[in-house]
Ligand binder design. Structure first.
Ligand code: KIV
Ligand code: NA
Length: 275
């Protein structure tokens, strides 16, 4: 997929959109060669790569650095970059200068921001300025302190209705797509049916217009807590740990490097060098 029109087309033809996060060039390259429809440079970066306990400390500089790396690794994939915490809540000028860095400097095709009605004016203004915006509602990790923890959203009728309204508001503001995180599967389906833009779910059931997962969760890399909605398709942590242990062990036993990994010179070069 190359454009926001391709996202729309997928919804119209009922073909699920596949999205995965990535934070560096080699992982982005693998995502591109695996044929993923889109890559999200998520601010989950803070937790799975930078070692923070939430996404709150992630800065625009962090996002620019990692978006650049992803762009280099996946030059032909649609790349969405997260606007980090508090980078779109001040003046529109400030928001615009952050967005400019992600798009012009780092090469993102679109930006994503969290929230419903409160961020609709930003979504509208950015879209009018020519920057495609992906919304993000439901569980919004940048507001975890206000939400009181990482919990399933929209479990009662009142909050479910509010989420449907938020999805419609984000659509109306001009977002080209919408992430919905950690809601009951029935609500994921309902919301996907009630808006015309593609809804990309994470922990939102099988009936959304697409799915997104965090790269490290998907491949089983790292020790960050993995939520119920994640499927780990492999466990690379085990493989990496084994490789590191083998290396450590072989060096201690002088089994590595062998001749195959060493350089040599002709004997006469060494003449006169022996002390
Ligand atoms: O930062 C992230 O990885 C995200 C996805 C979980 C949607 O926002
Ligand atoms: Na995010």
């Amino acid at each position: 997929m190359k454009t926001t029109a391709d996202f729309m087309k997928r919804k119209q033809t009922n073909e699920p959109i596949t999205m995965v996060t990535a934070y560096d060039a080699p992982s982005a390259k693998l995502a591109e060669s695996a044929g993923l429809d889109a890559i999200l440079v998520g601010d989950s970066l803070g937790m799975v790569v930078l070692g923070y306990t939430s996404t709150i400390p992630v800065t625009v500089d962090d996002m620019v650095l990692h978006t650049k790396a992803v762009r280099r690794g996946a030059p032909n994939t649609f790349v969405v970059a997260d606007l980090p915490h508090l980078s779109y809540h001040g003046s529109f000028d400030a928001t615009l200068s952050n967005v400019r860095r992600l798009v012009q400097e780092a090469g993102a095709d679109a930006v994503k921001l969290e929230g419903g009605a409160t961020v609709c004016s930003e979504i509208k203004a950015l879209t009018e300025a020519g920057v495609p915006v992906m919304g993000h509602i439901g569980l919004t990790p940048q507001s975890v302190a206000v939400m009181g923890g990482y919990k399933v959203q929209g479990k009662d009728r009142e909050s479910a209705r509010k989420l449907i309204e938020e999805a419609k508001a984000v659509e109306k503001a001009g977002a080209f797509s919408l992430v919905i995180e950690c809601v009951p599967a029935e609500l994921g389906k309902l919301i996907s049916e009630q808006v015309t833009i593609p809804v990309i779910g994470i922990g939102a059931g099988v009936d959304t217009d697409g799915q997104v997962l965090v790269y490290h969760d998907l491949i089983g890399y790292g020790d960050v807590h993995v939520p119920k909605f994640v499927k780990a398709y492999t466990n690379v942590s085990e493989q990496i740990q084994q490789a590191l242990e083998s290396y450590h062990d072989e060096v201690k036993r002088r089994q590595f490097p062998t001749e195959a990994h060493s350089f040599t010179v002709k004997e006469d070069v060494l003449q006169g060098l022996y002390g």
